[in-house]
Ligand binder design. Structure first.
Ligand SMILES: C[S@@+](CC[C@H](N)C(=O)[O-])C[C@H]1O[C@@H](n2cnc3c(N)ncnc32)[C@H](O)[C@@H]1O
Length: 256
């Protein structure tokens, strides 16, 4: 996947930071020794961890140099490492592994979550949030445009759509044998967006990236125009001209 753009991602920083804030609030730890923020992005989720646990060592991990650059500017006192989650292992002393809006990008993430949970000491916490929005119109339109334009046979575009998440029951059956307590819940956010075009801007910073990054500039523009047309048709303005972006998210908090 092409390097993520921190600038595009941060256009909706307040909205994107609400789920990690809700997740951090549920972590049942007083003073974890070491915390790792997987897929830390530009450091917005890392900052929440530093605020909640000022006495802990907080480390951000990401595979994108652009994101890490932004994160280091934001939190110069934190350590940030460039690494791939699929092969990463926590160091001893890691009491909290936090992953907000990242695990959905790893196709075999349930097995990775189980492995990470098993690597935690007793009482350690794995806290994960993932968008559970693949059936929402905004994501369906990405697949539809991907399958219908001149790019439809491009292998990267074909591989771009994210699979639906496994069911809540599958996560439970996989993770519960390795933990003393598990809490799984959904929250549906309704983000107030200034216009349908803002929905396109939102997803340009996340799930549209894999569709767009293999294309040249002209094809990108074409893709985005076709996508925005569909969004305009489905997300109708409210009385004040704004549109609501319905956004279901899955939270998993597992205590070793
Ligand atoms: C949607 S952003 C989430 C940023 C932040 N955690 C937040 O709460 O807003 C996802 C981040 O995960 C990173 N990422 C995606 N796949 C990854 C992988 N396999 N290993 C490491 N980082 C990854 C991306 O570079 C991106 O910065």
């Amino acid at each position: 996947m092409e390097d993520w753009s921190a600038r595009q991602y941060l256009k909706f920083e307040d909205e994107r930071t609400r789920p990690p804030r809700d997740l951090v609030a549920q972590v049942p730890l007083q003073r974890p020794r070491r915390i790792v923020d997987l897929g830390c992005g530009p450091g917005n989720s890392t900052e929440l961890l530093v605020e909640r646990f000022p006495q802990s060592e907080v480390v951000g991990l990401d595979s994108s140099p652009d994101m890490l650059r932004k994160a280091r500017e934001r939190l110069p006192k934190c350590a940030f490492i460039e690494a791939e989650i699929a092969t990463w292992r926590p160091e001893p002393g890691t009491d909290l592994i936090f992953g907000n809006a990242v695990m959905q990008w790893l196709p075999d993430h349930p097995a990775i979550m189980r492995r990470l949970l098993e690597a935690l000491p007793q009482g350690g916490v794995l806290a994960i949030q993932m968008p559970d929005n693949t059936r929402e119109p905004a994501l369906r339109f990405q697949r539809e445009v991907g399958e219908s334009g001149p790019w439809k046979d491009h292998p990267e575009v074909k591989a771009a759509p994210r699979d639906d998440l496994p069911s809540t029951e599958e996560y439970y059956d996989l993770l519960k044998p390795a933990c003393s307590r598990i809490d799984i819940w959904h929250t549906v956010y309704n983000h107030v967006m200034p216009s349908p075009a803002a929905i396109t801007e939102w997803f340009k910073g996340s799930s549209l990236q894999p569709f767009l990054s293999p294309l040249d500039t002209a094809a990108r523009e074409k893709f985005l125009t076709a996508y925005t047309e569909k969004v305009v048709g489905a997300y109708k303005p409210r009385f004040d001209g704004k549109v609501l972006l319905r956004f279901p998210r899955l939270f998993i908090l597992a205590v070793r």
